[in-house]
Design a protein around this ligand. Structure first.
Ligand SMILES: Cc1cc2nc3c(=O)[nH]c(=O)nc-3n(C[C@H](O)[C@H](O)[C@H](O)COP(=O)(O)OP(=O)(O)OC[C@H]3O[C@@H](n4cnc5c(N)ncnc54)[C@H](O)[C@@H]3O)c2cc1C
Length: 258
């Protein structure tokens, strides 16, 4: 269905913070199956994963070893694995594993940076120097003011600054937001700077702001939708609810709009 509408996808097999390496191996098998299915159906899609689903709570090494089979698939398919960013206690470890992934499987990984963290500009500069593509999002976890901007206006301002930095210095960045004002600023900036539409992509969550999604695709910009699947809905749903407590009503309105 998304392919027909010229929309790319990234599949997220729901799950995080596994409590045993057995569970981490099961995540690996589910993701390898997903990549094989994507290849068999020739879908314009990849996968997004959380490193705590692959054993990051045990050791970086165990986690990396679990991700290697996915990277091998991605290299064979000519695609890249997207590594979601979790709460700030994992930022350093996640970036360490992502950097190792890039060192050994260059061009087959994308990192995520959250605009609410004070450290993000430095992280973007480090990732850009290593030519690691970045998905920029605002950030979905509850963080203390010691590490993240508490006010939404500051997060939004930082998002726009980081987005411009990525569009200038980054490797094929992904602008992940449903914020209409941010999308408008991205569109004006790329026009003003003559940045061609094949040098970046927009990303949104499946089912949210379908009107905005259509507008982007109709203007011939690339759009990738994040599509969660599987049984472990609870933490994902709670983050979406925290972003927007009126979500139940919002989903109904979205359905009417589309
Ligand atoms: C593709 C993608 C991948 C992501 N990956 C990560 C990640 O790895 N780590 C991480 O911390 N966060 C991730 N996020 C979540 C992100 O950090 C934000 O929490 C979320 O996208 C809301 O921010 P926003 O930019 O849409 O702006 P907001 O200012 O929060 O929202 C702007 C508008 O978008 C709509 N909207 C936004 N969120 C919702 C929602 N849940 N339900 C209904 N309407 C909504 C509303 O109209 C709202 O007014 C991801 C988001 C996307 C789109």
């Amino acid at each position: 269905m998304l392919r027909k509408e010229n929309i790319l996808a990234t599949l997220d097999f729901l799950g995080e913070n596994v409590t045993s390496l057995e569970e981490a191996h099961a995540s690996k098998r589910a993701y390898v199956d997903a990549l094989n299915a994507i290849e068999a159906a020739r879908l314009p899609a990849t996968v997004s994963l959380k490193l705590t689903q692959f054993g990051l709570d045990f050791t970086n090494e165990a986690c990396y070893n679990n991700v290697v089979p996915l990277l091998e698939c991605a290299r064979h398919m000519g695609t890249r694995i997207e590594v979601d960013m979790e709460s700030s206690e994992y930022t350093d470890r996640t970036l360490d594993v992502v950097t190792l992934m890039q060192d050994n499987f260059r061009g087959h990984v994308r990192a995520v940076i959250q605009a609410y963290l004070y450290r993000s500009e430095a992280d973007i500069r480090m990732l850009s120097d290593r030519e690691i593509p970045v998905r920029l999002c605002k950030g979905a976890y509850k963080e203390p003011p010691s590490v993240a901007y508490p006010k939404k206006a500051d997060v939004d301002r930082n998002y726009v600054a980081l987005m411009k930095l990525l569009l200038q210095r980054g490797t094929y960045p992904a602008i992940a937001s449903h914020d209409e004002k941010i999308i408008e600023q991205a569109l004006s900036y790329v026009k003003e700077q003559n940045i061609s539409s094949d040098r970046f992509e927009f990303q949104m969550l499946y089912g949210i702001r379908r009107d905005l999604q259509r507008r982007i695709v109709n203007q011939s910009y690339r759009l990738r939708l994040y599509v969660p699947y599987g049984d472990a809905w609870y933490p994902y749903f709670m983050r979406r609810l925290a972003e927007r407590p009126a979500n139940a009503l919002f989903v109904a309105r979205n359905l009417l709009r589309s």
